[in-house]
Design a protein around this ligand. Sequence first.
Ligand code: B4P
Length: 192
Amino acid sequence: MLNFLIFGPPGSGKGTQSVKLAEKFNLVHLSTGDMLRAEIAAKTELGRKMGLIMEKGELVPDEVVIEMIAGRTDRAENVAGFLFDGFPRTVEQTHALEKMLNDRKMKIDSMLVLEVDHEELVKRLAGRAELSGRPDDRDPAVIENRIAVYREKTEPIINYSRERGIYQPVNGMGSIEEIFERLSVFVSKYIN
Ligand code: B4P
């Protein structure tokens, strides 16, 4: 089983590209953002609490997402591997993921990092606000906070991935199809 991380700032296209990659390469797509939004939609107590954090553009506590991800890799059969989207987002989450995979005799094989200009991120998220109705896309100040949180808490993971030799930067500017082609080239090195 192979394990890919898709990484990048909010609005870089992680969710958009993950759906396409998972289908093309027979990967299980695990998105912590989607899992959290499902809790909110189901109006659970956890969803109510996490929704208040997400509306402000902050990260939910590490233990919540680690708990959500734990065990997911045990249930998959007949797949080439996993594509983690939006997880890990802190160094602590990275260590938790690595331990979880090591316990199952697996590792992180590649970290695909989408690189997108700041202005383009803001434009995409503001554009999605009109379609998705996501509260964290509606307010420009919240969008800026999400990008700032990414720079402060999530980007340091890039150093970790460089040390591990799994860092794979990918140009995230251009059309969805162009970026998908670029990502596919890297994933194809592991899966035919
Ligand atoms: P996520 O759900 O992970 O979402 P995101 O980072 O905002 O967006 P993504 O990069 O997936 O962008 P997308 O493809 O949708 O996180 C939401 C929140 O959940 C976080 O802020 C946090 O509070 C919480 N959370 C999630 N995981 C967590 C964790 N592990 N720890 C703690 N908290 C966590 O693309 C955005 C828009 O751009 C779309 O409208 C898309 O259509 C458009 N687009 C994409 N590619 C394009 C292109 N090439 N050209 C033009 N438009 C494009």
